[in-house]
Design a protein around this ligand. Structure first.
Ligand SMILES: *Cc1c(COP(=O)(O)O)cnc(C)c1O
Length: 356
């Protein structure tokens, strides 16, 4: 029996995406070949890559605005390095917001390239809130932030204004809500949180900001090289890109980002309302910064843990243990998570209240 999968990533994808990608492993486009054995230069796969890149820009409302979408490898973690390589000038500096473990990982990489200014940090309170009212130095080469902190369950609701290029790690909330994406110069996301299987990283970049760092960049780490080669500098992760395309098509058919945002708001409200109502539970993140993707919460009384864990497991729920640095529980409710599964979790929480 299929489980209710609340895993933070790799995560649930739409059931029809699982089915179509499984079919493509056996027989891709009625070609008599598996998607796993076709040439990435074949007409059929080039069409997949082209459509996926187009659809990304269409769903983010960035078509015709000077952006390129790339499907790269190395995960979001390699972008931590590629960003300063491509954008930070020799003797330049970069500004970073430290809102969580991933943000601090990005900062660590940037430091080996030059001066790295941390504009604000919520580390003092175990990243349970989003810092606000900080100043971004206007002479920095770029500003980097993380839109959604997967581990702590916080999300930036309002982005700062600045004239310097803005880079955003949207790994865990890409395509989940409407934003003015043209305010960002680079958006990147590991596929495995909200778009597809692990193995590819989406990078959306405004072309005009590239080529200014003055550095000699190794080809594989150079966005301009990947753009010139239409995201096929070397063999791309064919299956991960194809499955991401299926998810993007699913999202488009559903009505795109505005439609999924509405559903995501309803889903998050259902779970947060129960956390706030149920006297046995409390939320971890500051209320105004709560993530609509990763919902973190704890039991007020640790003595209830054994019973609760037994109950949700019996209800066929999987993947809600909190990250080791936060403890408690984390329910990741990405785009593909049906509201029915969240209702199952809420019912278990209510039942616990009745039983203890
Ligand atoms: C998971 C995650 C990463 C790391 O992604 P990889 O693809 O595993 O390198 C980076 N940033 C955020 C916000 C994440 O959630």
């Amino acid at each position: 029996m299929k489980k209710h999968n609340f895993s933070a990533g790799p995560c649930i994808l739409p059931q029809e995406v699982f089915e179509k990608s499984a079919q493509a492993i056996l027989n891709f486009n009625n070609s008599g070949l598996s998607i796993l054995e076709i040439s990435h230069r074949s007409k059929d796969f080039v069409a997949v890559m082209d459509e996926a890149r187009e659809l990304v820009l269409e769903l983010l409302d960035l078509k015709g605005k000077g952006y390129q979408a790339l499907f790269l490898q190395g995960g979001a973690s390699l972008e931590f390095l590629m960003i300063p390589y491509n954008l930070m000038k020799e003797n330049g500096k970069a500004a970073y917001l430290d809102s969580g473990t991933w943000a601090s990982g990005a900062i660590k990489q940037a430091k080996s390239f030059g001066e790295t200014v941390v504009v604000a940090s919520s580390k003092d309170e175990n990243y349970s809130y989003i810092p606000k009212n900080y100043e971004i130095p206007s002479d920095a080469d770029y500003f980097h932030c993380t839109s959604n902190n997967t581990i702590f369950g916080t999300q930036i609701k309002s982005f700062p204004q600045t004239d310097i290029p803005v880079v955003c790690d949207m790994s865990s909330d890409i395509f989940s809500r409407v934003l003015d994406f043209s305010k960002f110069d680079i958006i990147y996301a590991g596929a495995q949180k909200n778009m597809g299987p692990a193995g590819t990283t989406l990078v959306v970049v405004k072309e005009e900001i590239l080529g200014k760092s003055g550095r000699t960049i190794p080809n594989m780490l150079d966005y301009q090289q990947h753009i010139a080669k239409e995201s096929m500098y070397n063999t791309p992760p064919v299956f991960a890109v194809y499955t991401s395309l299926l998810t993007l098509q699913w999202l488009k058919n559903l009505g795109g980002v505005p439609a999924i945002e509405k559903l995501n708001n309803e889903k998050a409200a259902l779970l947060y309302n129960e956390i706030d109502r149920n006297p046995l539970f409390k939320g971890v993140a500051a209320t105004e910064d709560r993530s609509n993707m990763n919902v973190t919460f704890v039991l007020n009384n640790p003595e209830h843990q054994e019973t609760f864990d037994k109950m949700w497991k019996e209800a066929n729920i999987s993947g809600i243990n909190g990250h080791r640095s936060v403890g408690g529980y984390r329910a990741s409710i990405y785009n593909a998570m049906p509201i029915e599964s969240i209702q199952v979790l809420v019912d278990v929480m209510k039942k616990l209240e009745e039983n203890v």
